[in-house]
Design a protein around this ligand. Structure first.
Ligand SMILES: Cc1cc2nc3c(=O)[nH]c(=O)nc-3n(C[C@H](O)[C@H](O)[C@H](O)COP(=O)(O)O)c2cc1C
Length: 359
């Protein structure tokens, strides 16, 4: 039996050439000032076009949705023009590319959006740990401002504009970032969501904003060009509370009716929270569409996951940073370049576009 990783996959509107997905990877190398993709970013994505699907680095939908220095946006014409060069370069190689749409919520700092002031979040609860200012200085998180109902409406409108911009920039689709402790995820956990209005309290209320945004994206692009990313077993920058788990169950159940291109799940990582493996399996099985799985996969366990039907495709993060030709290397079973953590975030070519291809 051949390795299914290297077989095509029908994912929503598209047939992917293989099941190796480039995971969304923040690299903080957009153009200072405009936060638009530049020629170096074009080269980086072009180098990785042999992936079955590229999911771009998370890209903010609005100035206040930004949480780290030099992450790209998808809310100005200049940003759209920059992204168009990226999508053209990937398409020229027969690749497919979705943009990950991002609002960071409280995982931010006011220096990154001086006109908007403090970051917004479901409630006035600060994220845990340290963050970076616009000048890459390490500081503790600020206590965010609770987002108003009016601002929630505006945020949903910002997602619509971002989805329209994604189409104008030539993207094949969008991935809604509802994972990893950012705005939509903050609504799912009661440690960060103390609201008493229709966006807090019950399971339905904690999932409401995510589904409202999803409705807008589906309306703008069609369900077969929209994916969503969830991380049900981890809550970075915050305190994981077990009461959030039913929110994920509810969401996954709801997602079945959306017929999205895919559900992107970050799998359970040993040691993060207790005894969830059986829950993970249940959640996984309750979804009827395509699943992309991510987190710590090797070529071997990726092949196993896909073969067993646990997932339809596998996303690789760090290995795609260091191996522009990752699918080829995996197919030939050759050694991988080793990634350099020091150059993950910020900088220029080094650790970005200078990892060698196989000779
Ligand atoms: C440098 C870096 C940047 C990342 N940026 C994002 C991001 O923008 N959006 C996101 O959903 N996940 C992000 N992640 C998580 C990755 O998508 C992926 O889930 C993680 O790296 C685990 O997969 P891996 O073991 O194959 O690297 C990032 C991870 C790394 C290492």
């Amino acid at each position: 039996m051949g390795n299914k990783l290297f077989t095509p996959l029908q994912l929503g509107a598209y047939t992917l050439k293989n099941r190796i997905v480039m995971a969304p990877l923040t690299r903080m190398r957009a153009t200072p000032g405009t936060l638009s993709p530049n020629d170096l970013n074009v080269e980086y994505y072009h180098q990785r076009a042999s992936a079955g699907l590229i999911i771009t680095e998370a890209s903010q939908i609005s100035p206040i949705g930004m949480g780290y220095p030099l992450t790209p946006g998808i809310y100005t014409n200049e940003q759209v023009a920059g992204w168009k060069k990226v999508t053209d370069a990937v398409h020229a190689e027969g690749g497919k590319i979705f943009i990950q749409l991002w609002h960071v919520g409280r995982v931010s700092h006011s220096s990154l959006h001086p006109a908007e002031g403090l970051p917004v979040a479901p409630s006035e609860v600060a994220a845990a740990g340290m963050t970076l200012t616009s000048t890459f200085e390490q500081v503790p998180f600020e206590t965010p401002r609770a987002i108003t109902l009016e601002e929630i409406k505006q945020t949903i409108a910002d997602y619509r504009k971002a989805a329209e911009n994604a189409l104008a920039a030539g993207f094949d689709g969008v991935e809604l970032h509802a994972a990893n402790g950012y705005l939509l995820h903050e609504f799912m956990h009661e440690t960060s969501n103390k609201r008493t209005d229709e966006y807090g309290g019950s399971v339905e209320n904690k999932a409401r904003i995510t589904l409202e945004v999803l409705d807008i994206l589906v309306d703008t692009l069609g369900s077969d060009k929209v994916g969503i990313r969830l991380s049900p077993f981890a809550y970075p920058y915050g305190e994981y509370d077990a009461n959030s788990y039913p929110v994920y169950e509810y969401l996954v159940e709801k997602l079945n009716s959306y017929k999205l291109a895919y559900l992107h799940l970050i799998r359970y990582r040993q040691g993060e929270i207790e005894a969830v493996e059986s829950k993970e399996e249940k959640l996984w099985k309750s979804y009827t569409g395509n699943i992309i799985a991510a987190d710590g996969f090797t070529a071997e366990d990726a092949a196993e996951y896909v073969k067993s039907g646990k997932a339809d495709a596998i996303a690789f993060g760090r290995n795609f940073i260091a191996n522009p030709d990752l699918p080829k290397r995996m197919e030939l079973e050759v050694e991988l370049n080793v990634y350099d953590r020091d150059t993950f975030y910020g900088g220029a070519e080094k650790g970005y576009t200078d990892y060698p291809f196989l000779k």
